[in-house]
Design a protein around this ligand. Structure first.
Ligand SMILES: C[S@@+](CC[C@H](N)C(=O)[O-])C[C@H]1O[C@@H](n2cnc3c(N)ncnc32)[C@H](O)[C@@H]1O
Length: 267
């Protein structure tokens, strides 16, 4: 898990990765079936500072989400982000009973209070308040371990080469957004295959692997960061266009392409 070369983000371990993104739902998540995460146990590989992980746990109503990243300092930031996001969420009584415009009838109110699909209001507490007073403290884990923020955990690990305790129970969904290139460039074709096989093994029967592969034409800039990456890149035979075929060979069933967001940002 040690970083080979100081500040060079050879794992795609960018700091401030989400700083230019507005605090709205990640557009890649919007391409997925609406209920994909509801009530599910999810692993987010390469979670970086945990923004996507928290969105899956909070707005997309996963039962449990584990974010894993190779960079310990990003994982520390992710824990802080979890608290910041919690701070901005409406208190349960408000997010359960009151719509955004506060005009709901008492009948509907009662119905929403018992609905299992009630959604939190993520943007209730202004960021300016957090800047002035610091984030609100997270209540002790009491009743709802399956609700945000208690349903989120972060771990520092090279998930391609090391297991984490949470793997034992398995996952319903494994998410890998913008990480395959870094696994490929650091571990070569063998590392990438190990990753795909690990995902297959860690998924429960019927589980879903959500992969956002970076295109081959983005590898060039990445490999120029570091001599070792450049060396590894010379021997790569697998291309991202081969991933669908390879995933089927690993054992996955149907491969579905959900489209592109057209979103920029670092890869
Ligand atoms: C470009 S960022 C993508 C972050 C996030 N998945 C997203 O798309 O918003 C890639 C992340 O993967 C992490 N990473 C790379 N190799 C990894 C590995 N073997 N195990 C766990 N995390 C890894 C990096 O540290 C980095 O935070």
């Amino acid at each position: 898990m040690s970083k080979r070369s100081g500040l060079v983000p050879i794992y795609g371990n960018y700091h401030g990765y989400y700083s230019k993104r507005p605090f709205t739902e990640d557009r890649r998540l919007g391409l997925l079936p609406k209920n994909l995460f509801v009530g599910k146990r999810v692993l987010d590989v390469g979670c970086n500072e945990g923004l996507v992980t928290c969105q899956i746990a909070q707005s997309l109503r996963a039962r449990r989400v584990i974010g894993v990243d190779i960079d310990e300092s990003l994982v520390r930031t992710a824990w802080k982000r979890r608290r910041a996001i919690w701070s901005q969420q409406a208190p349960p009584s408000i997010s359960e009973n009151t719509p955004h415009n506060g005009t709901e009838s008492p009948n509907k109110k009662r119905k929403r209070a018992v609905s299992p699909s009630r959604a939190p209001q993520p943007d209730y507490f202004p960021v300016s308040c957090e800047h002035m007073f610091g984030p609100l403290s997270i209540p002790p884990q009491s009743t709802r371990l399956d609700e945000f923020p208690h349903n989120v955990t972060f771990r520092a690990a090279d998930w391609v080469n090391a297991e984490i305790a949470e793997d034992t129970e398995g996952y319903d969904v494994i998410v890998a957004f913008s990480v395959s290139k870094w696994i490929h460039l650091n571990g070569g074709d063998d590392g990438l295959m190990r990753f795909f096989r690990r995902v297959y093994t860690a998924l429960k029967p019927g589980g879903v692997f959500v992969l956002e592969p970076q295109p081959w034409d983005t590898y060039g800039k990445a490999k120029r960061m570091d001599a070792k990456l450049k060396e590894t890149a010379k021997d790569l035979k697998i291309r991202p266009d081969d991933f669908s075929r390879i995933l089927r060979e690993v054992g996955f069933g149907q491969v579905e392409h959900r489209g592109e967001t057209g979103e920029g940002g670092k890869q």
